[in-house]
Design a protein around this ligand. Sequence first.
Ligand SMILES: *Cc1c(COP(=O)(O)O)cnc(C)c1O
Length: 472
Amino acid sequence: MTPEEFRSAGHELIDWLADLRTSVPDRPVLAQVDPGQVAGEFSAEPPQGTQSFGQLMAELDSVVVPGLTQTLHPMHFGWFPSNAALSSVLGDIACSGISALGISWESNPSLTEVEQVTCDWMRQLIGLSDQWEGSIQDTASTACLVSMLVARERASGLAQNTGGTQAITQPLVVYTTAQAHSSVAKAALLAGFGWDNVRKVETDPATYAMIPAALEQAIERDLAAGNKPAAIVAAVGTTGTTAIDPVAAIVAIAQRHDCFVHVDAAMAGSVMLLPEYRHLWDGIEGVDAISWNPHKWMGTILDCSLLYFRDIALVEEIMATNPSYLRSNADGAVPQLRDRGIPLGRRFRALKLLFHLRLDGIESIKNRLRRDLENAQWLLQRVEASEHWEVCAPVPLQTICVRHRPDGLSGPELDEHTLAWVGRINQSGAAYLTPSILDGEWMVRVSIGVEATEREHVEALWELMQSACNTR
Ligand SMILES: *Cc1c(COP(=O)(O)O)cnc(C)c1O
């Protein structure tokens, strides 16, 4: 494809994308396709020859679009807000079009330096001090894995320089809770800690937050058993209920036992853009690593996960590679972002943040978050005031966990009822909610925060929920 052909097809593609965005509210939220349906539309053999751009777009329209679940739909209340602000989409397109090769500072100085600048802007925007150095990772899962690798090396006195994990004789232990995201245990396992050394610290039955005294006891039990407490992963905003582990108390315990602390704020990090919410992570300056996803609620298109370390020199010591073909005269004077994570090659993801911040502006982003928090409180009040409806967990942010409990229903019958009413809503395509298990019983999470979701949509959802339960 020549640049001129690209120009003309590119204009068409942008028009197509703008039309698709405009059509989102008229589409079903949940993709109405059966398993295998999309793949079945393609021939099993690879294509020979070429097609016109128009034919390709027709294929997208007829085959691909029906298989898109519309997470940008104003009636999408599932999983978490996975916003993709169009300003940041432009940044993503710019990132692809520039096609930067990020393997060293020299391979693209702008890539490294714009990433440094935007990470530092984001640091300031969420109120962190200048002791933090950040980088952009693909996801919070990768960020947590990087943290667990650093924690393992820190606790083992850099075992990688000798026998590695195979020579570590004292078991290293990671502490988290059963409410932590599945990526936390995955990171601990991949980093070699092993299931036997992942502790699920007890949580408060009312708030679902880690109980500091239980953490301390677990650490003491491990010390008595000859194990080495290595890392604590605290969640600021758990996946299930957006519970907030008490960071300050955890930091105090970690300091007594020389434990690494990683804060997973993948979802809730966005709320720290609002100064009035920063008390939720009081003590944050004392942790070792923080990750959060602008690619969730804040709305910078996936993939854009920020990972900040307090001691970046340690990270670079552990992650550094310096093959001869990547050496340059700038070494030592500039950061090598490959040494702050796992991949060598990186995309120019900072452009997504740059475009998002420059074109939408932080004030409009903050206003949107405040709107969502108010909408969550509105729904909370409705549910609380309604007979047979219950709120299952505190609502510190924008996620409300609910159950509808008709008289006399409990146990498996209640579960059946819950899955039935949420299934009716989801299958209809009118809205989407995520059922999830809390305390052994199914409940339904309402996660508010899609860019297009206004109060009227939350009102419409509440109507739908009530009629799906025949309470209206
Ligand atoms: C979404 C989420 C994750 C995982 O995020 P990815 O970027 O998809 O890996 C981890 N932790 C929490 C608390 C989350 O909400």
